[in-house]
Write a protein that binds this ligand. Sequence first.
Ligand code: ADP
Length: 483
Amino acid sequence: MNILFVASEAAPFAKTGGLADVAGSLPKELKRLGHDVRIILPFYKTVAEGGFAVSGGTHEIEVRLGGSPEQGVLRQTALDGIPVYLLENDRLFGRDFLYGTPTGDYPDNPRRFAFFCRWVLELLGRLDFRPDILHCHDWQTALVPILIKHEHGDDPLFRNTAVLYTIHNLAYQGVFPPDALTGMGLDRSYLALDRLEYYGGINLMKGAILSADLINTVSESYCREIQTPEQGCGLDGVLRERRGDLSGIVNGLDYSEWDPAGDRELFSSYSAASLEGKRANKKGLQRLLGLEQSAQTPLLGIVSRLSAQKGFDLVARLLPRFAAEGLQLAILGSGEEKFVRLLSGVAGQNAGHVSFNFGFDPALAHKIYAGCDIFLMPSHYEPCGLGQLIALRYGTVPVVRKTGGLADTVLDPRESPEPTGFSFGAYSSHALWGAVRRAILAWRDREGWETMVRRGMGTDFSWRHSALRYEELYRRGIEKRRG
Ligand code: ADP
């Protein structure tokens, strides 16, 4: 099959979260399965300055949006032999951040990503590559299925092209006031209830859900949850309407990036067969973060976006208790200012026990995954979650809230004779503390703990299984499209 990934980020070129991991790793597995897969994303400043071998300046295409037209040029790079197309428009994408500064989103985001989507469709008419599948992700690329349905209905170019739309996080829907339509090159007809209309404004994700051939999300539990009013973020009705075309596939991990046996960021490499190196990583991390270098003290870790979704209110409330019980906690996070203030405050009062590191720091992230005993992910909701999968791979036992992908990937001793971690149900610091306490008790039994560690490390969370499921979904999409 010919597959084009249309995404607003893909690792290692541009990354703010899990979407980038997926868009940068699933294509590699699909290529291994024999498909011709390619990726297209905006040529951000981070890509331009990232030291990648970029060629191009071809296909200068002008796109008409409201106001003045926008020009885009095609550049190209590669990811393990996969062609990566880059749309260059310096005014719209040559900025310091992908979507906005720490103080807020770029106000012209609807126009930036409308341009991206329109430009991709224009490009496909001129490229010597006919995709069977356009695999689109999140609100930034929602306009691709919307435009194909409403503006290219009779276009022979797309007659045999199916669109799969993947929701990585339902909370970010691309909701804008109605006057954003003009800048996106859309007329008022899009303000209809069966198109983009949403409480008087427009909702791009809603439009994509209604227009794509198939829709999926990144775990089976999350797929069920988002169809309920409690977790549907206002789109549960639309999702239920399309439930026959909606499914859940859990994300895989890029095992070439996440492998404790060959990870150059670590103090020492290790594997399930030989855990000695893991102890060296704990010591190294304690030293690096100014925590007491003690093998006898449980070290807990967090690597995360700082947002309400990730359960930081629960964590902040428990920090003094962690310190009082003699535990250590290493936190790495970037994101919302209010959590930076909250966590630095509480961490400051519990120095020696809690190390709060603000920033997006992949090298430190690897060290935390490897050096900790326990990894915390008390998310309010979690579409899939990669942190717990990485932790499992690095022999760091996850303590998670039982929701979305966390519920699908972490097995608690209360529900499985072969547990890999600990989970709790109620969203409360009391319930989180209960799960942490059970984990610490288990940690004190060295032999039992190492069995659990090895079981987690041995569970296959590579893309192998999930890529096969995507292959199946693509086939279904093509059949559906070709009727
Ligand atoms: P989300 O996509 O909601 O942010 P995921 O768990 O799906 O959460 O993916 C997060 C990815 O980003 C993981 O690869 C994680 O290691 C990485 N990450 C998150 N925060 C940081 C940070 N501050 N520094 C480095 N990597 C981070």
